[in-house]
Ligand binder design. Structure first.
Ligand code: GLY
Ligand code: MN
Ligand code: MN
Length: 437
């Protein structure tokens, strides 16, 4: 399963159709990042560049020029040099950039700086994401300056720079069937990893044993990497929303909160499971877990095209306000709790986020000052959580350091939603039975 070259072509056509006739768009991929003088971090292309090209080599840039007779899509990429390929692997080269990747013309990257002023000439607006890639900011500035020096000879220079990401981010927000398939695959491999750790978790293990098992399951399932640094947080570590140390011993009686997902063909999964280290929830842990699960289900039940993004957070807040009041953790009335935001010390994040090539994917949450309305093909997480830190003044010690987050990935369908991360034991009964079995 792979996104077809026809789909990339359709994306580029949609993108080009949104550019004014006399525009030029320049999209460099991400730079390679040095780890040491002679080693690099794993390479990851720029997601918007990748979205339009399907091209994952470093050192390249895509140029789009609507209406250009010699072709509207130019790719500058690495030369195919046998001696280099021996060290760092296969390179596509210019010929295959045209035949396999649909470029109308391909040039060696080394020619980009020299050709840039010429490409900008006669174009009225430049679509470019300033500030993303300092090396390219510099190239653009140099080329524009060079052209400005030539205006007396009648050379036209782009006089506006527009953020190209505005167009691409909106496109990326609505996923195609092929993208949803990849997101579902990422989700299902990640579900397998979470199930595996629920099965093997025992008091006395370390958080890093769990993190290692997740990594193994994700890579063994075909993911290229984790989508983000796994959060494996036993007991009070679960209070830290982005806990990364993953090096504490797991204790009987504690909960384990695991937020981890894989990246599959660059598409991400983002799942959180929370379960008891010893396989059995305490009464208080169960009460909090049930409340978080109830909030998640309440949010799910609202999902369909046309509802506002913020409805999900409002729904979760309503369930939490009622539940925390019923448990005696908060006092007063539901209205007052919501008005004063007194839930905030226990629940301080949003209902979730768009999900796609980025884990926190792109696309505006508000449009013209109004919350975005959900539409078919949008993919996002639903991840309510309650974090009952012992440092919260006045909190009864019986609740101390219970941290629960439950996170799944959903896609909006024609009439509702579908969960991409189906198949996990989710109720406390299901979790206890699964961990025992
Ligand atoms: N794993 C990051 C998040 O849940 O948003
Ligand atoms: Mn998330
Ligand atoms: Mn997460």
């Amino acid at each position: 399963m792979k996104i077809s070259s026809a789909e990339y072509k359709t994306r580029r056509q949609k993108f080009l159709a949104q550019l004014p006739k006399n525009a030029i768009a320049i999209l460099p991929t991400a730079p390679e990042r040095h780890k040491t003088a002679d080693s690099y971090y794993d390479y990851h292309p720029d997601n918007s560049f990748y979205y339009l090209t399907g091209y994952d080599e470093p050192n390249c840039v895509a140029v789009f020029m609507p209406g250009r007779t010699e072709g509207e899509f130019l790719l500058f990429n690495m030369l195919k040099i046998r001696e280099q390929e021996i060290w760092t692997g296969f390179r596509v080269g210019q010929e295959a950039a045209v035949s396999e990747y649909g470029a109308n013309q391909a040039f060696p990257m080394t020619e980009f700086d020299q050709m840039l002023p010429e490409l900008l000439t006669g174009r009225e607006s430049l679509y470019f994401a300033l500030g993303r890639n300092p090396e390219y900011d510099q190239k653009i500035i140099l080329a524009l300056n060079e052209l400005r020096g030539r205006v007396r000879s009648g050379v036209a220079v782009p006089d506006t720079i527009i953020n190209v990401e505005k167009i691409i981010f909106e496109m990326r927000l609505i996923k195609t069937e092929a993208e949803i398939d990849l997101l579902r695959t990422a989700g299902q491999i990640s579900v397998g990893a979470h199930k595996k750790i629920m099965k093997i978790c025992k008091p006395g293990m370390n958080e890093f044993h769990i993190a290692a098992e997740i990594m193994y399951e994700l890579l063994n399932g075909g993911c290229q990497s984790t989508a983000y640094g796994s959060i494996v947080a036993g007991g009070e570590n679960g209070i830290v929303l982005h806990y990364q140390a993953n090096n504490a011993e797991l204790k009987s009686g504690d909960l384990l909160l695991v937020d981890a997902g894989g990246e599959y063909q660059f598409y991400d999964a983002d799942i959180t499971t929370t379960f008891p280290v010893n396989g059995k929830f305490s009464t208080e842990q169960k009460l909090i877990y049930d409340l978080v699960l109830k909030a998640q289900h309440a949010a799910f039940s609202k999902i369909k095209p046309g509802i506002a993004w913020w409805t999900l957070q409002e729904t979760i807040l309503q369930v939490f306000a009622e539940g925390l009041l019923a448990l005696g953790i908060l006092q007063g009335s539901v209205e007052k709790i919501l008005e004063d935001k007194s839930y905030f010390k226990f629940y301080m994040h949003n209902s979730g986020h768009w999900l796609g090539l980025d884990t926190h994917d792109v696309g505006a949450y508000k449009v013209n000052g109004e919350w975005r309305k959900l539409a078919k093909g949008m993919v996002f997480t639903v991840e309510p959580g309650l974090y009952l830190s012992k440092d919260i003044p006045g909190l009864d010690p019986k609740w101390h350091d219970i941290a629960v987050r439950i996170e799944d990935d959903v896609v909006v369908t024609e009439s509702g939603y579908d969960i991409l991360t189906k198949g996990l034991p989710r109720t406390t009964d299901e979790i206890e039975a699964f961990m025992k079995g």
